[in-house]
Ligand binder design. Structure first.
Ligand code: ARG
Length: 472
């Protein structure tokens, strides 16, 4: 069979042009969505009296057969049929004969491909939200196991103030919650139907776009036919949401790499999530977080790539837009790969509580609390700061930490010191003193975990309500 659009041409397409312009090598990932969209379209053609019912039945039957063949790996795609849409149509016609040619009535590949991508991304967004939710669940699990684990908190990567390890982990739960919120918000703009826009201007057939939308579980239809076929904002939005998720994962990755170094030795990733060295037998490398950190680059690249493709493109469809797919597929695969590994990797991570405690006992991260103590005794904060600076310097010069000082040593810097300073300086006291909403005190962190669990159950409901919501 010749090309579906061959009528106007007198020559064969140059073989290199065929290769160069074809997208079947990657858009075959849209096969399921393409057939799903076609089934809804053809059902509407029947309902609107555009194609006779018996032809529609034959077409539906043929589409389902093609789908089965695709699933069974029995369809051989051909580059000369350019893309997934024409490959499927060609297969349909082979399957049921010329009547298959009625499927494309009132439709263009321009509104068809856009519909496929809306369907595809909608499912990916639901799946990714679920994976982020799993990761949050792992983080919360570790947080609950570490409500009494104190680590140094850092600014400038210098020890600053002691915090609960649970508090540190819950920061990531908040970050991933924003990611979930962003994905859920973007769903509104993904779940809109372009089909019915035709090539760009609409169609002369008396179609019913809202009926198609309803069958496919879309919440609405595109308002403007030109916009419907040339909009790729929903993909850009997905790529930017994905970039932020990767950025969050790469910050966590960086901490895991640091924490699992001999220098920190705060955590140990499970053997199942690490790899060895071909030459240094003692090594256990945190490859997964390293690779996630590294793969963040390609996701940013995919965002910049598509932004640049779309820049200055005149309305409506241009072949440039075929470049929207590989970056999107690659981003989905990269993100899913990372999230699938992160949830179990965090859940199985061993936390070296003893080593964390040792770190806290051998630093000056409780110094701020002396200031608060002296201020409590009536000393102005600036003067208190000066007193502590001198006390810390004395400690450094004498190889001691604050809790090693005798009361007389404290008192040489201020007569306001008394015995109660030792209680004030204990890491537990320092942590629990930050008893403010959102702070690191145990009661606050417990409350934060409780609130996070409520939020998580709201997103679980959203995911539940959207998985498989589309009508077949
Ligand atoms: N493979 C094309 C794409 O991905 C489908 C749309 C083709 N439309 C056209 N007018 N050539 O963009």
């Amino acid at each position: 069979m010749s090309k579906l659009w061959g009528g106007r041409f007198t020559k064969q397409t140059n073989a290199l042009v065929e290769q160069y312009t074809a997208s079947i090598g990657f858009d075959q990932q849209l096969a399921e969505e393409d057939i799903q969209g076609s089934l809804a379209h053809v059902t509407m053609l029947d309902k609107c009296g555009i194609v006779p019912q018996e032809d529609v039945e034959t077409i539906k039957d043929g589409l389902n057969r093609v789908l089965e063949k695709i699933r069974a790996g029995e369809v051989e795609y051909s580059v000369s049929d350019e893309d997934i849409h024409m490959n499927i149509e060609k297969n349909l016609i082979q399957e049921i004969g010329a009547v298959g040619g009625k499927l494309h009535t009132g439709r263009s590949r321009n509104d068809q491909v856009a519909t496929d991508m809306h369907l595809y991304l909608r499912n990916r967004v639901i799946a990714l939200t679920g994976m982020l939710h799993e990761l949050q669940t792992s983080l919360i699990g570790q947080a609950k196991d570490n409500l009494d684990t104190i680590i140094p908190g850092y600014t400038h990567l210098q020890r600053a103030q002691p915090i609960l390890f649970a508090h540190h982990l819950m920061a990531y739960v908040s970050m991933f919650q924003r990611d979930i919120d962003r994905l859920i918000d973007s769903y509104k703009r993904i779940n809109v139907l372009p089909l019915g826009a035709g090539a760009l201007a609409g169609t002369t057939f008396p179609i019913d776009r809202h009926f198609v939308a309803e069958q496919l579980g879309f919440d609405g239809v595109y308002e403007n036919s030109l916009d419907a076929v040339s909009d790729r904002d929903f993909i850009l939005e997905f790529l930017s949401d994905a970039s932020i998720i990767m950025m969050h994962l790469s910050r966590l990755s960086e901490e895991l790499v640091l924490w699992s170094s001999t220098e920190f030795n705060f955590v140990e990733l499970d053997d199942a999530f690490c790899t060895g060295s071909s030459i240094m037998p003692q090594k256990k490398n945190p490859d997964v977080p390293e690779l996630v950190r590294g793969k963040t680059g390609r996701v940013y690249g995919n965002l910049m790539g598509l932004l640049t493709v779309l820049k200055s493109l005149p309305l409506a469809y241009n072949k440039d837009m075929q470049e929207d797919k590989e970056g999107m597929f690659d981003t989905v695969a990269t993100l899913e790969g990372a999230l699938q590994l992160f949830a179990p990797m965090i859940a199985t991570m061993k936390v070296n509580k003893g080593r964390m405690r040792e770190a806290v006992n051998t630093d000056f991260s409780n110094a701020t609390d002396i200031a608060d103590f002296l201020v409590g005794k009536g000393l102005p904060f600036r003067q208190a700061h000066e007193v502590i600076g001198k006390t810390v310097l004395y400690c450094i010069q004498n190889g001691k930490f604050l809790l090693d000082l005798k009361l007389e040593e404290f008192q040489q810097f201020s007569p306001l010191f008394d015995d109660s300073i030792y209680e004030v300086l204990k890491p537990e006291t320092v942590v629990d003193a930050r008893n403010v909403y959102g702070g690191t005190a145990s009661v606050q962190v417990q409350a934060a975990i409780g609130r996070a669990e409520e939020t998580l159950s709201v997103s679980a409901q959203w995911i539940q309500g959207h998985v498989g919501s589309e009508k077949e």
